[in-house]
Ligand binder design. Structure first.
Ligand SMILES: Cc1cc2nc3c(=O)[nH]c(=O)nc-3n(C[C@H](O)[C@H](O)[C@H](O)COP(=O)(O)OP(=O)(O)OC[C@H]3O[C@@H](n4cnc5c(N)ncnc54)[C@H](O)[C@@H]3O)c2cc1C
Length: 372
């Protein structure tokens, strides 16, 4: 039976990014990556990401945009031009990272695990490990085996690839009047379009993606090439480790922010995990993740919840922020040291501030007993 220092289950951005960063920071480690899919084809391959990630990992991209537009169903509010945005093909970037990692890769589904003997089983082999990292995303392989809590707040979406040039040349995020949101990425002769709804749920089979489409005037004219129902976990759950195993990526609900951004926080989080592996103590991983991200996540959960419960409140908050594009950009950028400027605070109506406080405390309390 082969033994590895680190075994990674799942070769999405979490698994391939971790393998790449292990090669970068702990090159002496023997790493195995297992994925149930031989070629990482999955629905809706397009993702938007930021220049730092493209530069840091030398990732291939399909196109770049000079700006990102954020609008509500009736008006434009922000046009972010501080930095470019990149449209990437998810399969390509994962494959690039995996190749550069030089880790061993096997296209095998992981079926079993023994924590006691530090063994992992696929349909064909057994392997032993020092550290096991579960990167199986919304399949939650290890969380389910260990009967740990699963994320229960989801972005449920319908994603499409449309054929035909669009009059709109830049990406858009649009907040619709029914609380759902859309993203829209024109590229070449295609448009990637998604429509999303935030929801509390565990059983994705019963969740219907939203129907109202703000961009219907464009979408209806274009030829439909692909359409999928999809979902992304939207709340982190603890613990982030269990004995010699850790969770990375959507396997603990690492997707966040307005744009259901995942790539950047997941790649950044892998560095926290590597530091903990280096020091032989996975508790450090959870602690440092909490220190850097927990409050940001709570704020996002609050804003998502406000939007879902009372769409008018969220619209009013956005309107209050419209003259503060830079601040709003920092929110989108998940700045860890985000400080709300006084003039922005003054413009947020009191009832919204109180609701925000209520949800903030509610979420803090609900996390109190999670983790170790
Ligand atoms: C439609 C959509 C649009 C998005 N848009 C953006 C965006 O524009 N920008 C952005 O930054 N983020 C975006 N996100 C979020 C981001 O893509 C995800 O957070 C991220 O891809 C999660 O990566 P992951 O590696 O944790 O999981 P995944 O990419 O889901 O990878 C999990 C891997 O595990 C494998 N696996 C599962 N079970 C097993 C098993 N038992 N054995 C072996 N292998 C297994 C799967 O085959 C898969 O390859 C979007 C997500 C979706 C769904």
């Amino acid at each position: 039976m082969q033994k590895y220092d680190v075994i990674i289950t799942g070769a999405g951005i979490a698994g391939s990014g971790l393998a790449y960063n292990l090669k970068r920071y702990l090159p002496e480690k023997r790493v195995l990556v297992l994925d149930k899919n031989k070629d990482l084809i999955r629905d809706y391959r397009h993702r938007l990401t930021f220049p730092r990630i493209i530069r840091e990992y030398s990732l291939p991209y399909e196109t770049s945009y000079p700006a990102l537009n954020f609008c509500t169903h009736d008006e434009h509010f922000f046009r972010f031009t501080r930095e470019k945005f990149y449209l990437v093909n998810y399969r390509k970037i994962c494959n690039t990272l995996l190749e550069k990692s030089e880790a061993d890769f096997l296209p095998e589904k992981v079926t079993g695990v023994s924590l006691k003997h530090k063994l992992i089983r696929t349909s064909e082999h057994d392997f032993s490990y020092d550290y096991l990292v579960d990167c199986t995303g919304i399949n939650y392989f290890l969380r389910k085996k260990l009967r740990l809590r699963l994320p229960d707040k989801l972005w449920v979406g319908k994603t499409r690839i449309l054929k035909g040039k669009s009059a709109v040349k830049e990406p858009f995020y649009c907040l619709n009047d029914n609380g759902s949101f859309e993203d829209f990425y024109p590229y070449g002769n295609h448009i990637a379009h998604g429509i999303w709804r935030y929801t509390d749920a565990k059983d994705t089979r019963i969740i219907e993606p939203p129907r109202n489409i703000h961009f219907s005037h464009i979408v209806d004219k274009a030829e439909l090439a692909e359409e999928h129902n999809t979902y992304v976990s939207a709340n982190p759950v603890f613990p982030l480790y269990y004995k010699n195993c850790a969770f990375l990526g959507d396997s603990f609900g690492n997707s966040t922010t307005i744009a259901s951004e995942g790539i950047r926080p997941i790649l950044d989080t892998s560095k926290h995990l590597i530091r903990a592996i280096k020091r032989g103590n996975l508790k450090l991983y959870q602690n440092s993740w909490k220190k850097e991200y927990f409050n940001i996540y709570l704020k996002h959960l609050v804003s998502k919840n406000l939007g879902r419960r009372n769409h008018m409140h969220r619209m009013r908050t956005i309107k209050a922020l419209r003259e503060h594009g830079d601040f709003f950009y920092d929110v989108l950028d998940s700045k860890p040291d985000l400080k709300i400027p006084k003039e922005v605070m003054d413009k947020i109506p009191l009832d919204i501030k109180l609701r925000q406080l209520f949800y903030f405390l509610k979420y803090r309390a609900s996390y109190l007993f999670q983790g170790h």
